[in-house]
Every structure is written in structure tokens, then in C-alpha cells.
Design a protein around this ligand. Structure first.
Ligand code: MG
Length: 258
């Protein structure tokens, strides 16, 4: 069942979203060569505490950290730790925030120093696909219009679409109905209605679609070892169109979506 939020609930989700955007912006700015993913995790913990928020992922199905940090061929759910970021890496940061009983979920992939042109293009197209998906999240349209808008971008660029992990509804818990695949035909599934809150999150690979889980029980990597990118916003389906709840600080350097 897709839970539509009341005005009061939406206000709380806006608050969670603002904090999520603020914190992930600071993490992105701190992702430089020589920094460990564990240090970024500790920074997230401290920044969330300063805002009176907690990490929605910590303890979720036993997840041990505050953020997911996925480097290069790691797709999602990477465990922060001793890994030191190097010039030319890409780092996906994924953050769930819980404050006053409501969640925000946001992810982005940043280049650590300079990256190659094809990798930058992977980031650019994945970020662009997120915004295409958001634009499709209009009241009265079908849920799979979002999925299709995302897939079209990957297909046009010859990128792989991760199929094993999908976007989702969000609210009191970080994962609610519906599931939102990043692929599929348009015009299917539920009709989008005002008050629905969706975490839209394309995950694209420079190679094929296939992924596999590592032995740590969490980290998902591409089967072919090629890099993977991930961008996510929490979005409200508003009366007049989509509203991004997890706005980002404007001074993060991210690839253009144009
Ligand atoms: Mg999510």
C-alpha cells in the first residue's frame, strides 16, 4: 500500500530532507584523496547528531554504519572502513536520515580528483536520469513512467541499468511501497497522487547490468568490475508536480545534467 502523507507529515519529511541534503553535501566536499570512508562515516554521525537526527540505515537489517560508501565498481551498500580514497576514484555516498519520526534518503556519486572522460560521462548520465525520473513524477501519471524515463537515458548512452536494486516509497520508514525499478515500459503500475513520497535512485554501470554481493554480506559490485554510479533524491508528488525534498548545497561539484 502506498501511504500518502498529510500536510503535517510532509513538513516533517521536508525537515528530514533538508538535513539529508546538508549532511551529504558536507560529506561530498570532504571526499578527497587520502580520506578514508570510515572517516566520512564518522563525519556523518557527528553532523547528524548536531542536527538532532540519526542515520536511518544504522541497524537497518543489521547494517553497521551510518552511510553506505561505494567506491568504483561497488554499486551500493558499501561498508565504510579503512579504505583510503585515491585520485581518480569515484565514490557513491548514500545517506538515510531519520528525524522526528520521518525519513529522507539521498545519494550521489562524486569524483575524487580527476576521473576519465567515460567515467565522468557515467556520472553525468546517471545524474541526468535522476532528474528525468523526477520530472516524470507528476500527479496523474503512472509509476512506471518514472522507471521508463530513467531507462531511456541509460539506453541512449549505452550504460547498464542495475536491476537487482530499485527505488522505493519512503516515510516513517526508509523503505515503503512502492518499489520503483529503473527500467520498464511506460504507462504501468499505480497512478501517482499528491502526498506520495518517493526515493528515486538510478544506478547505472559503465558495463553490463549484472551485479554480485561480496563476502562481507553488504557490498554489491558489478559482475564485470566496471564502475557504477548512483544518484538519489527523496521526492514529494505535489499537487502541481514533483518537489525535491533532499536539496543539495549548491557548492558541491557535480556533473551537469544538460
Ligand atoms: Mg534509497
Amino acid at each position: 500500500m502506498i501511504i500518502r502523507k498529510s500536510k503535517a507529515e510532509i513538513e516533517r519529511m521536508r525537515r528530514a530532507g533538508i538535513i539529508a541534503g546538508l549532511v551529504i553535501g558536507r560529506l561530498a566536499q570532504s571526499a578527497r584523496p587520502g580520506v578514508t570512508t570510515g572517516e566520512l562515516d564518522a563525519l556523518a554521525r557527528d553532523l547528524l547528531a548536531a542536527e538532532g537526527a540519526v542515520a536511518a540505515f544504522k541497524g537497518y537489517r543489521g547494517f553497521p554504519a551510518h552511510i553506505c560508501s561505494s567506491v568504483n565498481d561497488q554499486v551500493v551498500h558499501g561498508l565504510p572502513g579503512k579504505r583510503r580514497l585515491q585520485e581518480g576514484d569515484i565514490l557513491s555516498l548514500d545517506l538515510g536520515v531519520l528525524v522526528q519520526g520521518y525519513c529522507g534518503d539521498v545519494a550521489l556519486t562524486v569524483a575524487v580528483g580527476e576521473v576519465g572522460g567515460s567515467v565522468w560521462e557515467l556520472l553525468r548520465v546517471t545524474r541526468r536520469a535522476l532528474y528525468c525520473g523526477i520530472e516524470a513524477a507528476q500527479p496523474g501519471r503512472h509509476l512506471s513512467d518514472v522507471s521508463n524515463a530513467i531507462q531511456v537515458q541509460a539506453d541512449a548512452a549505452g550504460l547498464g541499468v542495475v536491476r537487482n536494486y530499485v527505488g522505493h516509497g519512503i516515510g516513517r520508514t526508509v523503505h515503503e511501497d512502492p518499489q520503483i525499478p529503473n527500467y520498464g515500459p511506460p504507462g504501468k503500475g499505480p497512478i501517482l497522487k499528491p502526498g506520495m513520497t518517493l526515493a528515486i535512485e538510478p544506478m547505472f554501470n559503465l558495463g553490463g547490468d549484472e551485479t554480485k554481493a561480496l563476502g562481507d554480506g553488504w557490498t554489491v559490485v558489478t559482475a564485470d568490475g566496471k564502475p557504477s554510479a548512483h544518484f538519489e533524491h527523496t521526492v514529494l508528488v505535489g499537487e502541481n508536480g514533483p518537489e525535491i525534498l533532499t536539496l543539495l548545497a549548491e557548492d558541491i561539484v557535480l556533473p551537469s545534467i544538460h
